[in-house]
Design a protein around this ligand. Structure first.
Ligand code: M6R
Length: 594
């Protein structure tokens, strides 16, 4: 998704913006651009393609500028559609994230007034609107302009005659970096960390004016407001690869720590979360993509531990479902907290009268403002587009939540809760043992790399884990994969099984074990190579061509351990194929359009 960087201060701005945009590359983009203000003039470079292709040497030395990486929504990826945009006079330049719903009518109106447009984007109208409203005060012009906009935006603007940056936020993230003799703006914290760890999260409706020595913020009523300065704990090293070839591999290896951090201080319950205030007779979990799979695993966890009935829905579908008379307690899962579908679902759930809980990894993300309660997953920044440690920590949080609910409703007895706590404490070590098997998984993955189709199968709580395994492989290795409940293959997909269709079978010693062995046997009879992922067991060994053993773990907690093995399968298969693992084609880290 698009990235924004704005800088005003004491350092040569070209390098600052370039570095900041690089730190936002994980969001995915197809074009990039930079505009700087120097000697009452705006100079600009922009281009389809990678940041390093920008000819920044054509820009003058300056200390005020804005930059952007674009992920196309309106108008194809191209030089002309890349940001920043200029107004007719060339004095005003803007970058924008989000979508302006009413841009067509604004464009027509401005065209009638003589404005000429050079792109197919919705964003370009903003520069022209500011031009129309400009009476010598950039902030005022921006304020009047956003009143006319419908949709979502983070807008950052500069003017050739002003030593300041103006910005506005509505439903699209924007963070101020508080520096010393310099100030910054960005769509996400990593872009600020080279300069400062002190940040102010802007809220919807905020307008801000930055100079090198001041930050003034007004809320949607026009009143000046103070937004608290928070010190982010993420160092630059946290946000960088830490010696691994890819962020994804680093993040897979960070899981023992991430699990530990997510459990820390919460085994006896969540501080600041008083669930007794709510009627929780049924639960609906809503999310997209990998978070949706965490929700599906969560259904098994919550029903098993707390006996509260649960249903799971994709955020993009929920809004259009029929309104029912009952209002289940609604949990929205989103690692970024910025996924448009999930935010829309959160709003809809509140409109329907549901009490809502958001589970997210990003402090002060938009989701946190849409829900009644929030739990943070404590995974640390996740840069790779493929969600790994955030999935694992979402599941960990769901165990903790289910225990809290079970104890609250007295459907979970205290001894059982103690057993669960012990198993949770073991998880970091169990995951480490899977990570120790990386070389073996790497070797097997080199065989998978030549496959065109791969099935992942599991039953019960490991069925959604199979779905997640397939999603990860599709996403980073570009191999078609399907996650299936093992008992379903014979109802159709069997027709696809040949010696060229590998099947990754999750086989845990739980209540489905015998049936699962039967399913694997049926597949073996169709000559598909079988990769068994499960505990060390002679029966599985007999039926599988290859095995990855997972350590002994309580079946209810097996998804965390199994999934790490599947993440490594995907990673090494993609690696073998030379894919762009951290930035898979056509994908974005946070999907801020519906
Ligand atoms: O930030 P979110 O958890 O709301 O993101 C939802 C999906 O877009 C995300 O999980 C996506 O499926 C992952 N990139 C897959 O690895």
């Amino acid at each position: 998704m698009c990235g924004i960087v704005g800088y005003i201060g004491k350092t040569a701005v070209r390098e600052v913006i370039l570095k900041g945009l690089e730190r936002l590359e994980y969001r995915g983009y197809d074009s990039a651009g930079i505009a700087v203000k120097d000697d009452d003039k705006i100079s600009l470079v922009k281009k389809k393609g990678r940041i390093e292709e920008l000819s920044v040497e054509d820009l003058p030395e300056s200390t005020i500028g804005i930059g952007h990486t674009r992920w196309a929504t309106h108008g194809k990826p191209s030089d002309k559609n890349a940001h920043p945009f200029l107004d007719c006079s060339g004095d005003i330049s803007i970058v924008h994230n989000g979508i302006i719903d009413n841009f067509v009518s604004i464009k027509e109106r401005l065209r009638d007034k003589g404005h000429e447009f050079n792109s197919d984007t919705d964003s370009e109208v903003i520069a022209h609107l500011i031009e129309e409203n400009y009476r010598g005060d950039l902030v005022e012009a921006l304020r009047s302009s956003v009143k006319e906009l419908e949709g979502s935006y983070a807008i950052v603007a500069i003017h050739s005659e002003k030593n300041e940056i103006a910005a506005a936020r509505n439903q699209s993230p924007l963070v101020v970096g508080v520096g010393d003799g310099e100030n910054l703006l960005a769509s996400d914290v990593p872009a600020l960390l080279d300069h400062t760890q002190d940040v102010k999260y802007l809220q919807d409706g905020d307008i801000v004016r930055l100079t090198s020595g001041s930050i003034d913020i007004w809320d949607r009523t026009g009143g000046e407001v103070e937004r608290i300065t928070k010190t982010v704990e993420w160092s630059i090293e946290d946000a960088e690869k830490g010696g691994y070839e890819h962020y994804m591999l680093k993040e897979i290896h960070e899981q023992p720590q991430a699990i530990h951090d997510s459990i820390l201080g919460r085994l006896k319950g969540f501080e600041d979360l008083d669930l007794k205030r709510y009627r929780i007779d049924s639960i609906r979990l809503i999310a997209c993509g990998t978070s949706f799979h965490a929700g599906l695993v969560g259904k098994y966890i919550i029903e098993e531990i707390s006996s509260i009935p649960c249903m799971v829905e994709m955020a993009s579908e929920y809004r259009y479902s029929s309104r029912l008379s009952e209002y289940p307690f609604t949990i929205l899962l989103s690692q970024s907290g910025e996924t448009a579908d999930t935010l829309a679902a959160a709003k809809e759930a509140s409109l329907r009268g549901c009490k809502t809980l958001g589970i997210t990894n990003v402090l002060d993300s938009s989701l946190t403002r849409e829900v009644d309660e929030v739990i943070y997953t404590q995974a640390g920044p996740e840069i790779g587009v493929a969600a790994t440690k955030t999935f694992t920590t979402q599941i960990v949080v769901l165990y903790l939540l289910a225990m809290e609910l079970g104890l609250m409703k007295k459907t979970l007895d205290v001894d059982k809760a103690d057993n669960y706590r012990n198993e949770l404490r073991r998880l970091p070590r169990l995951v480490e043992r899977i990570l120790d098997r990386s070389d073996q998984i790497k070797e097997l993955s080199s065989e998978l790399a030549s496959a065109k189709d791969i099935f992942f199968i599991g039953r019960n709580i490991n069925y959604p884990v199979a779905m997640e395994g397939a999603l990860k492989l599709k996403e980073i290795a570009y191999i078609h994969a399907a996650g299936y409940p093992a008992g379903e293959l014979k109802h159709g997909p069997f027709a696809l099984l040949t010696e060229e269709t590998p099947v990754i079978a999750i086989c845990i010693k739980d209540k489905t074990y015998q049936k699962m062995l039967g399913n694997i046997g049926e597949i073996a009879a169709r000559d598909s190579p079988i990769y068994g992922v499960g505990i060390e067991d002679k029966e599985i060994q007999k039926l599988s061509d290859h095995n990855i053993y997972i350590p002994e773990v309580m079946p209810l907690f097996s998804p965390v351990v199994v999934n790490v093995a599947l993440q490594l399968f995907s990673y090494y298969t993609a690696y073998e194929l030379g894919r762009e693992i951290d930035k898979p084609r056509n994908l974005a880290k946070s999907v801020t359009v519906e």
